[in-house]
Write a protein that binds this ligand. Sequence first.
Ligand SMILES: Cc1ncc(COP(=O)(O)O)c(C=O)c1O
Length: 411
Amino acid sequence: MISFKEQINDIMKYGSPVYVYDRNTLKDRCEKMAKFRKDIEEKLKNVKVTMHYSPKANSNPAILKEVKNAGLCVDCMSPLELSLNKKSGFNNEDIIYVCNNIDKEEMKMVHDEGILICLDSISQVETWGQLFPDTDIMIRLNPGIEGVGHSEDVITAGKTTKFGITEANLDELFKIAEKYNLSIIGTHQHLGSLFLNNKIDDFVLGVKTGLDIIRKRFKGVSIVDLGGGFGVPYEPEENDLDLDLLAQKLEPVLTDFAEKYPTLKEFKFEPGRFIPCESGYLIGRVNAVKHENNIWWIGTDLGMNQLVRPSMYESYHEVTILSEEGEKEIVANICGDVCEGGDIIAKNRRVILPEVGDIVIVHNAGAYGYSMASNYTGRQRPAELMIDKDEIKLIRKRETLEYLEDNIIWE
Ligand SMILES: Cc1ncc(COP(=O)(O)O)c(C=O)c1O
């Protein structure tokens, strides 16, 4: 963790709470992904490997800039993400549109922008075909195998997921594609979000299962996208994802496929969380401390509207309290300022009994933090700052109440 002690007063001038990203860590994770890409590509003869960062994890252009500097590409899932990608300097060939249940207007936008689309159901392929026959598409495959992820809600393969087309429905897919003369030039799969070393074998098995289906059922695919899911350690006993081990275990599976599938030109990956997660911190203040029914509660301004992962997925985030005075240790629940019982950032944490006004730092908040933040209960989303050694740079202003009221039509 970077030491905020010297910079904290300057950081808090941007309001509380505030998201902060450490540029060094961000650059390091971009470089790690770039190396993973290169290592795999070097082992595969004549097959390109492309890394598309997924801005759903964090779409601030300051993050996208580092992604671009490291030579990575991007995906996107909405018109805003596409626009931010383009304004951050990515060319059409660097971008894929990986969407889920979009309407005709959005399809038209993707088509008119000239971006390769990945469609997620036969129904969406039919709609696309009616609008844009004779075009190239990618399709999202559900390899059928149980996906990998940190929570049920982020497992995106298997029998109960809303995503993708299963093997059983491929004949129907090929019929629709033929009807509209659509070329399925690529497949995509994404098994889920957040696997660590203990799930590497499951990830590789999921990849192999998908590749076996492609080999058996698809003719002439040139792009195979294997999705994201690369995890980071959130809990103290967890270790970094071993990318060398992952590459080592993936290589024989990818090489075997590449050798037997002559039209293949490119493997893609789509890491989201791995890139910005560990560079990000959400920093706020203690507003209240109470002891009721034998439970210590530390009330902060870090509500579920600022960081929803703990309430939504029961996710663990390390929390540090910068206490000036305290000595007494307590075990406490650290909660936010939203009037919801589930508005708890961290349960049963051993901390120094803080005072009102103390600083609270939530770690690993760089991914699915700001991007999932909301205005629930009418609170502004915070500012975002990039810290580059001694320099603190504002990369997004804190929302104002005027901004939040702007779209209201008053009677
Ligand atoms: C299609 C797709 N690609 C990539 C990602 C990025 O996943 P992660 O942040 O787990 O790497 C996601 C996230 O769920 C996704 O839905």
